[in-house]
Design a binder for this molecule. Structure first.
Ligand code: ADP
Ligand code: MG
Length: 503
């Protein structure tokens, strides 16, 4: 029966590298891109007698994550050894947490893909199962003639975030990664750069007839390390399972790999040869206790969550969804915007538009910002990498909007002033004075220019038309007036005075 409609069910296990200076159980530093095997010490290499000590910073980041997603932080969490033999781990086990993880539950709000997202951003809440802290392992590169191992990454702090099976499409899975990434970056918990391996994920996928409540057997795709990998692997795997079911076969629970070259998933290991990690409690590390007081202190260090901020911008500042989508993934940009608005609260939309259009364009063009497209499914995360050395400070940007609103310069002139501000870092008012751009509000002067223009024979036709009720004829008169004033006459005054003179 091929008319059955299937629903895809997905749960993700997201591995995120926490932002800390040193490794999770060792003093060795950790950062990306160092010479191979330079970020090591006796603990990382598991030399005899070397003992692990928990890095407080890693714990702090994990707890901050938990508080950010509204998870429970159990009063005690414990460490386990996950045993396996493979050269990426120098000690033949990985320190992890099995039964007492650092956070339980919580939820993440995702923005649903689809046409609605461009209008208002429809959201869905994905429940989280738990998150545990563990150490990363080394990196193998397989070359001809042998394999090479780099232990720099071994011992880097990893948080594994496990979702409930609440996701219903590959796009929702991508949206979840995007939402986690925004949350963690905005709180300084992790950088989540997938290209640097700072965010990776395993995807568990099953299919079931629409309407069925029970979950069907799932497969797990390991080590998806790009957005397109996550999306394509899930889409392929769901189609494969539907084909199998429609052909009357059953789905085997198994671990699968993703081959980006062939665009297919393939069996890594089935239930029969499943790993038995023989987890047991680690005797070297003390259980972790997190007090209510510590939680309260850490809670105070957390920023507003991105989608909460987005709602606030739409409600309080009346910003359109499209503009908020540009700001919200980028906390520094939001802070820039809010700093500018606090200088000139009267026109937050004008400030927002100037930032979203002109400022980001010029920052990108000058190489001061990177336009970071987070995967195909989310084109709205344009982020300014750094606003610290932006030549226009928030107060200066607000100053430009204010000058324009007050009619000191025209909107057209504001564009030129902006360009000049960006290249010189000067205040708008200074540039306006230096260039003699200040709009003329001198009614006497404007009136005499208008009188001259109206007296010209070429104006007669437009005057007659305007008097006959043709509003548009007024524009034909305003043009020469603006030209005669070298663009300085305040257009609003020009309009008023012409109307007055023509009765
Ligand atoms: P394990 O303990 O084997 O890792 P879990 O039950 O903890 O398995 O689930 C791991 C991940 O798989 C979670 O993200 C969960 O939501 C997801 N998952 C579990 N069952 C299914 C299913 N039938 N279909 C899709 N995802 C599932
Ligand atoms: Mg698992």
């Amino acid at each position: 029966m091929s008319s059955t409609e299937f629903e895809i069910v997905i749960g993700l296990e997201v591995h995120v590298q926490l932002k800390t200076k040193s490794k999770v159980f060792a003093h060795a530093a950790y950062h990306y891109g160092a010479e191979p095997n330079t970020l090591i010490d006796p603990v990382v290499l598991a030399l005899p007698g070397a003992l692990p000590v928990l890095n407080k910073a890693a714990l702090t980041q994990a707890v901050r994550y938990g508080l950010l997603v509204g998870a429970e932080i159990p009063p005690v969490s414990k460490w386990d050894r996950k045993n396996y033999f493979y050269p990426d781990s120098p000690k033949n086990y990985q320190l992890s947490q099995k039964d007492f993880p650092i956070t339980m539950g919580g939820e993440v709000e995702i923005e649903l893909p689809g046409p609605a997202r461009n209008i208002m951003g429809e959201h869905k809440v994905i429940r989280l199962h738990h998150a545990h802290l563990e150490e990363d392992v080394g990196k193998l590169s397989h070359a001809t003639g042998g394999s090479l191992v780099d232990y720099n990454r071994a011992g880097a702090p990893l948080l594994e975030i496990v979702t409930e099976p609440d996701l219903r499409s590959a796009d929702e899975a991508v949206a979840l990664l995007n939402a986690i990434r925004m949350l963690l970056i905005s709180a300084g918990i992790a950088d989540c750069d997938m290209e640097k391996g700072q965010m990776r994920c395993d995807a568990n996928v099953s299919v079931r007839p629409k309407g069925q409540k029970e979950l069907n057997t799932r497969t797990e795709m390991k080590n998806l390390n790009s957005i397109s990998g996550v999306k394509n692997a899930i889409e392929y795997e769901a189609r494969r399972q539907i084909r199998e079911v429609e052909a009357g076969r059953t789905i085997q629970q198994e671990t699968r790999g993703w081959n980006a070259e062939t665009g297919r998933t393939y069996t890594l290991r089935t239930k029969e040869d499943a790993h038995d990690y023989r987890y047991f409690p680690d005797p070297d590390l003390m259980p972790v206790k997190v007090s209510e007081e510590e939680k309260a202190q850490l809670k105070a260090t957390l920023p507003e969550r991105p989608y909460d901020r987005q709602r606030r911008y739409m409600e309080v500042f009346n910003l359109p969804f499209t503009v908020t989508s540009v700001f919200v993934p980028d906390r520094p940009l939001c802070e820039y915007f809010e700093a500018a608005v606090s200088e000139y609260p009267a026109n937050s939309l004008g400030i927002a538009n100037l930032i979203a259009n002109d400022l980001l364009r010029d920052l990108a063009a000058s190489g001061k910002a990177s336009v970071d497209m987070f995967g195909e499914a989310d084109a709205s995360t344009v982020t300014a990498a750094s606003l610290a050395d932006c030549p226009i400070k928030p107060a200066q940007l607000a100053g430009l909007v204010k000058l324009t609103d007050e009619g000191v310069i025209s909107k057209q002139q504001a564009k030129d002033v902006f360009t000049e501000m960006f290249s010189t870092g000067k205040d708008a008012s200074v540039i306006v004075d230096e260039k003699g751009l200040r709009q003329s509000n001198d009614t006497g002067e404007i009136e005499s220019i208008i009188k001259e223009v109206l007296a010209q024979p070429t104006s007669a036709k437009s005057i007659a038309e305007f008097k006959a009720g043709n509003e548009k004829a007024l524009n034909a008169l305003k043009g020469p007036v603006m030209k005669a004033s070298k663009g300085k006459a305040n257009p609003k005054l020009v309009d008023e005075i012409i109307r007055k003179l023509l009765g």
